[in-house]
Design a binder for this molecule. Structure first.
Ligand code: AHM
Ligand code: MG
Length: 315
């Protein structure tokens, strides 16, 4: 076995100068929690960790044992100085921790339908300025309040993509010393090659969505995993567009603003790509409840723009 080069910078060295120390600690804690989740996934079939807990979460989705485990791991890791509250896909309400400028919103295990068979991941957004009294129509937040966001894909290799406004880096996990090392510095959203959408929902789409999906996807090859993080990683690395528009089964969209859509929006914009709900950049959409859903079309700027132009054209 060859020894990996030690010339790749460690996570802490890369982020130290870019974010306040407490935010750097949050990002390192997320990465470390990700290493723990990755280890649990690697041995899950041998540890009776596959399958459901038999309960449903606040979204009325069946909770997998690994959803629960990942949620516990993230909660323990992110109770840090400066963190006022934790918002998780798996929790009914925000967990208030006390005073502090930062709110961590996370999806502990994204792509749950792939647990045990294909890649899943975790997503984090670190917001500032979230109102202490909670979100409402009068006190919304937007993705522009993100100081940083990140997602991990627990594949081989295990990759973490981390953005601060204006810059995105990709880190590879080294299980030998549990480190995250800079493998893909200053990522740029590549030229579109792939389109990533659940085509089986075509009969659920409005005429505007149908024409816009077709416009964005023209000339591209299809790839869809059912795991947003995996599909977004492909879009970022290999070029393309990921789409989860609103449909008749999910009229507001399926994905959640705080811990799925906005973190990906920051990453795409920072990489020179784009992310829209059809009419607006997702980072500009007011979020008034913690589990608010929305449509997401994210990836190469030209493909996202084709979607926006078709979507906003008169019927
Ligand atoms: P989850 O957070 O419960 O896993 O749901 C989000 C996932 C995304 O990862 C993925 O893009 C989408 O749901 C797949 O949904 P569908 O099966 O409707 O295509
Ligand atoms: Mg998810």
């Amino acid at each position: 076995m060859t020894t990996p080069p030690t010339t790749h910078l460690e996570l802490a060295e890369v982020i130290a100068a870019r974010v306040p120390a407490q935010v750097a600690a949050i990002l390192e804690a997320f990465a470390s929690a990700g290493a723990t989740v990755r280890d649990a996934l690697a041995t899950a079939p041998l540890m009776s960790l596959l399958g459901s807990t038999g309960t449903t979460n606040v979204q009325q989705e069946s909770t997998a044992k690994l959803d629960d485990l990942a949620n516990d791991v993230m909660h323990q890791a992110l109770r840090l100085p400066g963190v006022a509250r934790l918002i998780s896909e798996e929790d009914t309400v925000a967990v208030e921790l006390g005073d502090g400028p930062y709110t961590c919103a996370f999806d502990p295990l994204d792509g749950s339908s792939n647990i045990g068979v294909a890649a899943v991941g975790s997503v984090l957004g670190v917001f500032e300025g979230v109102p202490a009294g909670g979100l409402s129509e009068a006190t919304p937040v937007t993705g522009r309040q993100l100081l940083a966001s990140a997602f991990i894909v627990y594949g081989v290799p295990t990759i973490m993509v981390l953005a601060t406004p204006g810059r995105v880096d990709g880190f590879a996990y080294d299980p030998a010393d549990r480190s995250w090392r800079l493998a893909f510095p200053a990522l740029r959203a590549a030229q579109a090659q792939y389109t990533s959408i659940n085509w089986t929902y075509r009969d659920r789409w409005s005429p505007a969505v149908t024409r816009s999906v077709d416009a964005a996807s023209a000339g591209l090859r299809g790839r869809y995993s059912g795991s947003m993080v995996e599909d977004v990683l492909r879009v970022l690395m290999s070029g393309g567009v990921f789409l989860y528009p609103e449909d008749s089964a999910s009229p507001a969209g399926k994905l959640r603003m705080l811990y799925e859509i906005c973190p990906i929006g920051l990453i795409m914009e920072a990489a020179g790509g784009a992310a829209t709900d059809g009419a607006r950049a997702v980072l500009d959409v007011p979020v008034t409840t913690i589990h608010q859903r929305g449509p997401l079309v994210a990836g190469a700027a030209d493909a996202v723009e084709r979607y926006r132009v078709a979507y906003t054209a008169p019927d």
